[in-house]
Design a protein around this ligand. Structure first.
Ligand code: SF4
Length: 471
């Protein structure tokens, strides 16, 4: 392989799709048919990767500097703010960097997930999903996601299962073409599960904990299988490696910044403005971002290392499959070493990663054996949508990475269009908590009193936002 072609993994979600990135003046994406997760196929986001990898430069207070100087200044500010510094990584980088990051930030590590609110014995089920071959072999699949929008490469696995006779039930707000049976989320008590059912849902920093508990309880009570998909390239690796670390949720982090107990935030390969409100970020004394691509947040310090496709290291996909990134770069680890005041050796970290996963070598074609211990019965009441009208945000890779997308509209059904006397080609006014926006709309087979969007509008209060709508 020539020097400027990298065999790599798409960072768009934790599905683990393999691809090639070619540096040929501009970046180009090539298909990698040998990749076990996707056999070369990519979704819209995977094809948009050259846009994601916008170049970034190391900076201190707006002035361009070297990586070394930026890391040294970050080290000073972190050390001066000891006790009021938080460390945030959603898991969008190598397992080796995440281990180094954990060593620096053990006092306040944030993966964004509210693990503390979930029973400890569910940690493994939440962290590592099932092999995709189990999805293809299932007799009854229950979707609590929109596969087309959120994790598009799962659709091929679902079609393969259907071909073998699987029935697909979707518990969702909009009719999904792949489903044989649709159940409204508010009617989830009508869902008939057996031990032959396999539930597919997802788990991320904005997940509603009660909803997660409710899905776990549904699976437990029926003896059904459940797999949680995740939005960041190494979410699984991050959770496996951080299982004994003290973790803080995104909600706790936002609260602590607002209260002033956290004044410095150090983000590793995570753009905080995608998940933390700008008024909260503006309360920080220091925002330090270490990343391999431009971020939409205004940071005091930017430590610019190589983009993910040039890095050396290991990602763990949703099935628990360990995948090697094809690069040789260790700038990110070097910068973390400057901050820690001690060099991090890649090989030593790599050995620790393998040990944590229980493998002797990284082989993307073999899924390691994970102890999928059973979890105890948990109480989970399904959260109903009590709002008269709700905006449903369908989180997808474009939202998670703040990458411009052209789907700037909401979907609603014909009854709602007629009731509001909306005009073809016109707009819809949406109000929530004092904020008001005007959006184009599209008629789609969604439920009454529901608006669906796969775009971030800035008025959301989680996945379901109560709204008022008018012409
Ligand atoms: S499904 Fe996920 S990993 Fe695969 S190409 Fe799309 S965003 Fe990337």
């Amino acid at each position: 392989m020539s020097d400027n072609v990298y065999s790599t993994i798409c960072p768009g979600c934790n599905f683990g799709c393999g691809l090639y990135i070619r540096e040929n003046g501009a970046l180009e994406v090539d298909f990698r048919k040998s990749s076990p997760a996707n056999a070369g196929k990519l979704c819209r986001f995977g094809m948009s990767l050259p846009r994601l990898y916008a170049p970034v430069k190391s900076m201190i207070d707006g002035k361009e500097v070297t990586l070394e100087d930026a890391a040294k200044d970050a080290a000073k500010r972190i050390s001066a703010g000891k006790g009021s510094t938080a460390f945030l990584s959603f898991g969008n980088t190598t397992s080796e960097e995440l281990l180094a990051f954990q060593k620096i930030g053990e006092s306040f590590l944030c993966t964004g997930i509210n693990f503390e609110a979930l029973p400890k014995d569910t940690y493994r089920t939440l962290s590592v999903g099932l092999p995709y071959t189990e999805i293809e072999a299932a007799k009854h699949i229950v979707l609590f996601i929109d596969p087309y929008e959120q994790y598009p490469l799962i659709v091929r696995r679902l079609l393969s299962a259907k071909k073998k006779g699987a029935k697909i039930t979707a518990v969702w707000w909009k009719t999904l073409a792949i489903a044989d049976e649709m159940i409204k989320p508010n009617d989830v008590s009508k869902l008939a599960l057996t031990k032959d059912s396999l539930i597919i849902t997802d788990f991320h920093p904005l997940s509603d904990v009660e909803q997660v508990k409710s899905v776990l309880a549904l699976a437990k009570n029926a003896g059904a299988k459940v797999t949680f998909l995740k939005p960041f390239a190494n979410s699984t690796g991050a959770y496996l490696l951080a299982k004994d670390a003290k973790q803080k949720s995104l909600v706790q982090l936002i609260d602590d910044i607002n209260k002033g107990t956290i004044k410095t935030l150090f983000c590793l390969e995570s753009d905080p403005s995608t998940l933390i409100p700008s008024e909260t970020l503006s309360k920080l004394t220091n925002l330090i971002i270490q990343a391999g691509q431009a971020s939409s947040s205004k940071a005091n310090i930017v430590i610019a290392h190589e983009p993910l496709y040039k890095k050396k290291g290991t990602l763990i996909n949703n099935e628990g499959r360990a995948q090697a990134l094809g690069g040789a770069g260790t700038n990110g680890l070097d910068a973390l070493g400057i901050i820690a005041g001690a060099k991090f050796e890649f090989n030593a970290l790599h050995e620790s990663v393998k040990k944590a996963i229980g493998i002797s070598a990284v082989d993307e074609f073999t899924i390691p054996k994970y102890d999928r211990s059973a979890y105890g019965a948990i109480q989970g009441a399904v959260k109903l949508n009590e709002a008269k009208t709700a905006l449903v945000s369908v989180y997808n890779p474009f939202i998670w990475f703040n990458l411009a997308d052209d789907n700037d509209f909401v979907e609603l059904n014909l009854n709602t269009v007629r009731a509001l006397k909306l005009l073809k080609g016109g707009t819809l006014k949406i109000k929530s908590n004092g904020a008001s926006i005007e959006k184009k709309f599209k008629v789609a087979p969604v439920q009454d009193n529901v608006l669906i969007t796969s775009k971030k509008f800035g008025i959301e209060k989680g996945m379901l936002t109560p709204v008022e709508i008018s012409r």
